[in-house]
Write a protein that binds this ligand. Structure first.
Ligand code: AMO
Length: 430
């Protein structure tokens, strides 16, 4: 007999079916029991009346069930399975479950849920986060391939940093000290110059940031884009805005059940306001008496400014533009019309930066000079810099943090909730 998935049951006639899954709930009555079976597609009520079979069942065993599908308006979703036989195919070895997963409230801390990730993800609402995440990636890929982009995969073991600062993990690579990539920045630029013109990558990035916050991971997935022959950063912001509009429509089509389960409503996205950083800083002082660090907003500033934008423009998103040279990596293109500023931007979504992007310096001599200005030795970067000797076109790009955008779409409080198996300063297991 062929297996039926729980999601297929509503469209089937009343007949005998074979289901496979886990025992999610057991409710015993006098001479019968209701058992909820869970598979990857949903939940269904089983009706059992064999006392021995019922007594042998324990929560979370995996089982194969043969029974008759019957319609019953009193049953959840109007369906139940009258069980003829039930076979345990995955035994359990516990006295007490780590915590209960079949109640609406979870009786475990986030840390405990993460310790038992293989178990907590059995909750349909926890797994729903990752279905949404899967579709964020699917939409990213679909949107860009539809616009002629090529997907690339670049090395994560690298010889030098890309983003400046000291936030790098070292790796012993035979006799050499190497690093885990902070981003695919150099390689995505290199591939633009190599003739692909427009590329994207979905891959891990590593930051040895020594702080444990609700928005930082030490390993995250970066959705990267780079494109050649563009004139200004407005084109990049338009591309990202287009992606987010496309994404919201895609999620409403592909994740209807998950969004309902997680109580998320995604309304059509309007134009995203674009505001120079300096103006945002001035608004923060004027409206909230809030001072910002030089050349950036801090976490509180991002929150307050998002609040302001929501009230003024009814937008959950805002692009901050024109960051100062001193606060951007050495590859960022200075803005000739605004001394000391760059042609770069951040995208803030519900109080959190989810993207950095901008135009890059594409002229070999200017890039070498900028490296020196930033205190780097051009010869240390020759593997990257030399590619600029052969007609590198004007180009730019951006990167979206996958866990951050997932977290904000789903209104989660901590980035670890949108990370399958987080790596942070305290956690490298499971
Ligand atoms: P940046 O360093 O700002 O830019 O990173 C881009 C985006 O990646 C996400 N991100 C993180 N997510 C979780 N934990 C972290 N520790 C973390 N660090 C970064 C954020 C951030 O906006 N090369 C440039 C991008 C470009 O210009 O194309 C870069 O990596 O969502």
């Amino acid at each position: 007999m062929k297996r039926t998935l729980i999601c297929q049951l509503p469209d089937m006639e009343e007949k005998e079916v074979l289901l496979k899954g886990w025992i999610f709930k057991i409710k015993k009555f006098g001479n019968f029991s209701f058992v909820t079976l869970r598979d990857k597609t949903g939940l269904v009520q089983l009706v059992l009346d064999d006392a021995k079979e019922i007594n042998d069942l324990k929560l979370e065993m995996s089982v194969e069930v043969k029974g008759n599908l019957e319609r019953n308006i009193k049953a959840p979703k109007g369906l139940e399975i009258h069980v003829r036989s039930i076979k345990v195919v995955g035994c359990v070895y516990y006295d007490l479950l780590p915590f209960s997963i079949n109640q609406s409230k979870v009786d475990a801390s986030l840390e405990k849920e993460l310790d038992y990730r293989y178990f907590s993800l059995r909750r349909p609402d926890r797994r729903a986060v990752f279905k949404v995440q899967q579709e964020i990636i699917e939409a990213f890929r679909g949107y860009l391939i539809g616009r002629g982009f090529s997907e690339i995969h670049t090395p994560k073991i690298i010889s030098s940093g890309t983003e400046g600062g000291s936030e790098m993990f070292t790796v012993n690579y035979f006799e050499t000290r190497t690093f885990l990539a902070q981003s695919p920045q150099f390689y995505k630029q290199m591939m633009v110059g190599a003739g692909f013109e427009s590329v994207f990558e979905i891959g891990h990035a590593y930051r040895a940031e020594p702080h444990n916050t609700w928005r930082h991971l030490n390993e995250y997935v970066s959705l990267d884009i780079e494109m050649g022959f563009i004139e200004d950063e407005e084109e990049l912001m338009a591309l990202e805005e287009g992606y987010i509009q496309y994404l919201f429509k895609h999620l409403n089509q592909t994740c209807k059940e998950e969004l309902e389960l997680l109580k998320i409503e995604l309304t059509e996205l309007k134009e995203i306001p674009r505001i120079p950083l300096k103006e945002a800083q001035d608004i923060l002082v004027k409206e909230y008496d809030k001072n910002s660090p030089t050349g950036n907003l801090d976490a509180e500033g991002e929150m307050l400014f998002s609040q302001y934008i929501k009230e003024k423009y009814q937008s959950d998103f805002v692009f901050l533009t024109k960051y100062p040279e001193s606060k951007r990596p050495m590859y960022t293109l200075p803005d000739d019309e605004l001394k000391g500023m760059t042609k770069s931007f951040d995208l803030i979504y519900k109080g959190l930066e989810i993207t950095t992007g901008g135009l890059r310096i594409h002229d070999y001599e200017k890039l070498s000079a900028n490296m020196v200005k930033f205190g780097a030795k051009p010869e240390d970067f020759s593997f990257y810099l030399d590619g600029f000797k052969y007609g590198m076109p004007p180009h730019g790009g951006f990167a979206i943090g996958l866990e951050r955008i997932t977290m904000k779409i789903l209104n989660l409080e901590n980035i670890r909730q949108s990370t399958l198996l987080p790596r942070d300063i305290k956690r490298i297991e499971p």
